[in-house]
Design a protein. Structure first.
Length: 396
């Protein structure tokens, strides 16, 4: 049964859980699903805040109709974010609820026309405007580029609920727990960071501006469009997003390697052993097995990254190349980089990775370790030197 779930007496979660989609945006694996959160506010007038992806209309409607029984009309849909995982059902909603007015900003309207050719039954708001629902007023704050140009947040000043759009959201279906007092926090923090680092993190400066802007509100509940709702400790998720956006890191290292025939891996193993003996917190990813989204999540937490890569056609191994391009796009700051690799008949990978360090303004740790063909004793010795330099850099 698709039940609406109360946040407060007059606000219900009416969203949907998706455990069918393999890849979010056809890019990011969803081993634990994702939720499309939508909320229904019942006052003298009724308002939905955001909607769901098109294929999830049915369960969403079950929940909305459970609340709007007796033919109660739906007055407004507040569109905090236009990406189709939230707006895909809009045309159907306009058809099913003949009084419905779509509320958004000028950029929202531009996207409404572009995606759905919708130009009427709209109400355009300005930054700082409000909307009176009867016993409460909704207040709007534009938070552009978190992570689309039209993104905004809505605050219910009576029930103190911040509807934050994608900000403060994460992967993971909410059948695992809808509220922060119901969930496994460690599990969800990983999935929230994987969402943040891959979807929103590039726009960290805009996230910090948004957090600053909404800090004027006395927030009691954070209700985003993906993942858990934060009612016991609403500032926990805001603080996490702020920390990640400021590029604050742990004194730890991610070792992301690729190895075709094991010659790079033998050095990785040697380096990893020296790092663990030095008590350096370490995560290891084999890029041929770990999807980049998990690697990027772990890199976002760590101060240091070791890229271990064989030369492939005089350049980077393709999976390392993919990761490096993604990291360039994410614009991470305040990290250091260590390099190791191997080559058979011509090098090239270390040169490309050195250029990546320079371009990203990451500190490159000396020495760069590279074996010709199979690693020899001198290469293993260089791995130990590299481990010592990383340990020193972390102050461990
Ligand atoms: Fe959840 Fe940016 O869409």
């Amino acid at each position: 049964m698709n039940r609406a779930i109360p946040l407060t007496e007059s606000i219900h979660w009416v969203g949907a859980n998706d455990r069918e989609t393999e890849l979010f945006e056809n890019l990011w694996p969803l081993p634990h699903g994702v939720s499309y959160n939508a909320y229904l506010i019942e006052d003298q007038r009724t308002a939905l805040v955001d909607a769901v992806k098109g294929p999830f209309l049915s369960e969403f409607l079950d929940r909305v109709r459970e609340r709007l029984h007796g033919g109660r009309r739906l007055d407004y849909l507040i569109i905090n974010h236009m990406e189709p995982d939230h707006s895909g059902s809009l045309r159907y909603l306009l058809h099913l609820f003949p009084d419905l007015i779509l509320v958004g900003n000028a950029k929202t309207m531009d996207l409404l026309k572009g995606f759905y050719n919708i130009t009427d039954r709209t109400h355009v708001i300005q930054d700082g405007d409000g909307l009176d629902l009867g016993s409460r007023r909704l207040e709007f704050a534009f938070t552009p580029m978190v992570h689309w140009p039209e993104t905004m947040m809505t605050f219910d000043s009576r029930d103190r609920v911040l509807f934050s759009g994608d900000a403060f959201g994460g992967f993971g279906a909410t059948d695992l727990g809808l509220f922060d007092d119901e969930i496994d926090q460690v599990f969800f923090e990983d999935e929230i960071l994987r969402y943040f680092s891959n979807i929103v993190g590039r726009y960290s400066p805009m996230v910090l501006k948004a957090i600053d802007k909404v800090s004027r509100w006395d927030i009691g509940i954070v209700a985003s469009t993906h993942g858990p709702i934060w009612r016991r400790d609403p500032h926990r998720v805001i603080d996490l997003y702020a920390r990640w956006s400021r590029h604050e890191t742990d004194p730890s290292v991610v070792l992301a390697y690729a190895s075709m025939y094991g010659n790079t891996y033998r050095q990785v193993e040697h380096l990893a052993r020296a790092l663990t003996e030095a008590k350096v917190p370490l995560k290891i990813h084999n890029l041929s097995r770990s999807h980049a989204s998990f690697v990027i999540r772990d890199i976002w937490r760590a101060r240091g990254l070791v890229l271990a890569c064989p030369t492939y056609n005089m350049g980077l191994f393709p999976l390392t190349d993919n990761l490096v391009r993604m990291l360039e796009n994410k614009q991470l700051k305040n990290r250091f980089l260590a390099l190791l690799g191997s080559y058979g008949w011509a090098g090239g990978a270390m040169k490309t990775l050195t250029q990546f360090a320079e371009k990203s303004h990451w500190q490159l740790i000396d020495p760069v370790v590279e074996a010709k063909c199979a690693p020899a004793a001198a290469d293993f010795e260089n791995c130990r030197r590299l481990a010592a330099a990383i340990t020193a850099r972390l102050g461990i």
